[in-house]
Design a binder for this molecule. Structure first.
Ligand code: GDG
Length: 449
């Protein structure tokens, strides 16, 4: 079996390496099992000055080798906070108004990708399968080719790809698009992203492999087990006691403007205003761990949410009922699973999202005999598979309020029927199926060497 080489901006932290606990690591666990694998990426550390980064640190745990690179502080800022998160993230989520372009950031982005390639190329063998992840590393494939790498290289974009009229507003968009031609396989979440990418490539006449949709998923069996166990845990117990017999609505997102959290809060406020029969009978909890707190747009969002949550509670609370509980801390994964299971409604309303795994986790966590309902944005990749959800346009708080009202009154039979349909999808497109399908599609590509 060919060796698998995974490249992502972040690699699992040393303490997670034994059991691969974090996001992408969980998804890749099955693809890695039984296969010699190297995982290459940024170490999480920076070094002073603008110098060439030191040689990668290499550690091996069983069949898995981690190779991680420290990055020069200044380059890192331009690459990560500047171009990746300050420019590409908003652009790829169709939020050009939030994007900030600086030529120096673009150059840092390319310089880091070149540094990654210089450090990685000597570690590669011609028959490796190299799998590059996400928008921080679009130019890596081309940089590896320049360094003489002939191995098969695939790229997967975890976030959406916008319509070409929007993408082509990016300064030097053609340079970035040309980089896709170095890959043997390009994967995106849903067919719409593939169409959009093709449209941009065609617009400037680039012959790159046709992008294909590989919808990412979770491991529903283990998540359901976690949720079932957590249901009797002390956190779920405290939550239950604090709610009394009120229905729970849950939202869980990194604190990110793509997730539509302010719109969601307004939708909840509209529910209380327009359908007052729910007042004092429903409580919403929003878990939104702070993310990218060094980027100005994220600080502004946090401030907006602080004010909005304060106002909604100020205007609606009773002396014995606080309608909205808002936490900017992360909660442990098993606690989260227990909370999903307790919630009558999962409220997932991104303005734009590649897939959205929270929607799938909420479904997997439900009790089959008495499942909750999912209210889901039609602009999440997950909406294509989860057609048993109540779909909303998240920009309209009234539509969200109406969907919540409908979901809160949904009869058991309808909830069961919708849940079964969603669970079938979650059980089909699992994390392991995603990884297996991508790796085997890459393996099917002819070698270049
Ligand atoms: C990107 C794309 C795509 C959240 N809060 C806590 C917590 N989480 C976990 C959730 C879920 C994960 O974080 C978030 O995943 P999403 O898919 O919802 O969103 P992004 O982080 O934006 O991910 C997205 C994904 O990549 C994969 O390709 O689906 O579209 O944007 O697993 O449960 N986990 C814990 N505590 C929290 O407070 N433990």
């Amino acid at each position: 079996m060919a060796r698998l080489v995974i490249v992502s901006n972040r690699v699992p932290a040393p303490r997670e390496r034994g059991n691969l606990a974090g996001g992408l690591a969980v998804a890749l666990r099955d693809a890695i099992r039984g296969r010699e694998t190297m995982w290459f990426g940024w170490s999480g550390g920076t070094v002073g000055g603008d110098d060439e980064p030191p040689a990668p640190g290499i550690t091996t745990v069983g069949q898995l080798t981690f190779a991680t690179l420290d990055l020069p502080e200044k380059l890192f800022r331009g690459y990560y906070e500047g171009f990746s998160n300050g420019m590409l993230w908003p652009l790829l989520h169709s939020r050009m108004g939030l994007a900030e372009f600086r030529r120096t950031d673009l150059e840092a982005y390319y310089a880091v990708n070149e540094a990654f390639a210089r450090a990685l190329a000597p570690l590669l063998r011609p028959d490796d399968l190299v799998w590059v992840h996400d928008y921080q590393l679009i130019p890596l494939g081309a940089a590896l080719r320049r360094a003489g790498v002939t191995a098969r290289i695939g790229f997967f974009l975890h976030v959406p790809f916008p319509a070409s009229a929007l993408f082509l507003a990016l300064p030097q968009a053609d340079r970035l698009l040309r980089d896709f031609a170095a890959y043997d396989l390009v994967g995106v979440q849903v067919p719409e992203d593939a169409d959009h990418l093709t449209e941009s490539l065609d617009a400037i006449g680039i012959d790159a492999p046709t992008a294909r949709a590989f919808p990412i998923g979770i491991n529903p069996k283990s998540f359901a087990t976690t949720a079932r166990k957590a249901e009797t845990g002390s956190d779920a117990d405290r939550l239950r006691q604090s709610l009394g017999d009120r229905a729970l609505i849950i939202g869980v997102d990194r604190l990110d403007y793509s997730k539509g959290i302010p719109h969601r809060f307004r939708g909840f406020a509209q529910l209380l205003k327009r359908f007052p029969e729910h007042r004092n009978h429903v409580t919403m909890i929003q878990i939104a761990p702070v993310s990218r707190g060094d980027v100005a747009q994220y600080r502004a969002l946090r401030k907006e949410l602080d004010e909005l949550a304060g106002r909604i509670n100020g205007e609606n609370a009773e002396f014995d009922w606080v309608p909205l509980r808002y936490l900017t801390r992360a909660v442990p994964r098993n606690t989260l699973a227990g909370f999903y299971r307790k919630a009558r409604i999962g409220l997932v309303t991104p303005l734009r999202d590649g897939m959205n795994l929270v929607a799938k986790e909420y479904v997997a966590a439900q009790e089959p005999a008495d499942p909750g309902a999912l209210v889901l944005s039609r602009f999440a990749g997950a909406a294509i598979e989860l057609d048993g959800a109540v779909l909303v346009n998240p920009y309209d708080p009234d539509e969200t309020a109406e969907a919540l009202h409908h979901a809160l009154r949904m009869p058991l039979e309808e909830r069961q029927e919708r849940w079964r349909r969603m669970m079938d999808a979650v059980e089909t497109n699992t994390a392991s199926a995603w990884a297996r399908n991508f790796v085997s599609a890459l393996e099917d590509r002819p070698a270049r060497g």
